[in-house]
Design a protein around this ligand. Sequence first.
Ligand SMILES: [Fe+2]
Length: 242
Amino acid sequence: MIDIHSHILYGVDDGPKTLERSLEMLDYAQKDKITTLFATSHFKPGLESDFSARYEELKPRAAERGIELILGTEIDYVHLATTRPLLTLGGSKFILVDMRQPYLEMSCSHVLYQLSLDGYTVIIAHPERLFMSPDLKIVHELAEMDCFFQLNASSIVGRHGGQAQHIAFSIIKAGLAHYVGSDAHSPRRNFAMSEARDLVNKKFGGEVTELLFEVNAQQLLKNEAPYLVTPPKRKWYQIFKR
Ligand SMILES: [Fe+2]
């Protein structure tokens, strides 16, 4: 499995504080059957060299556990207009963006347009935790602006409550989900990718599961856009099944 969102690097954000905690997280990732893991610490200007140093330190430790570690970052919306170049996911054109609700009260379309002119493609992290309206209005608007979406495994399994879980499933049903990542921050707040994968498989079937947990992330590694993930329509006699 490929996890495109984690805070595995220690001492650079609200993820693990020590090398030992990072290694403990790698043990969990291995148990969770993750084979490729993106290190996407919260971006702060000036921290790029610290990210690289921690990444180089952890890369062989991940390899010992059969995990390929790839460097990226999670960029808060406030940095998108002013920072260039942006640290992308594994040197691709894709950037992982944390777009919190207050910023959407300002128009973000010009920022997103400028990003596309500069050659970046936006993946919005955990929309199910940010845009809680059941009609998915903002998610639809951002999709119109060519954004892709990464759901958190922890939301899918219900760790952030029933509403975030419900919105996550609605986003999948609407055909607007493209990737699932863990957003793991610590051994306690860990990956849950296998558990989420089993649940998605049960609810939406094997094809959707493969695309969300593997194939679209492979596309990303090739610097290609994700495939559209369209769950099969339910038959009338399946409507009352959960
Ligand atoms: Fe994150």
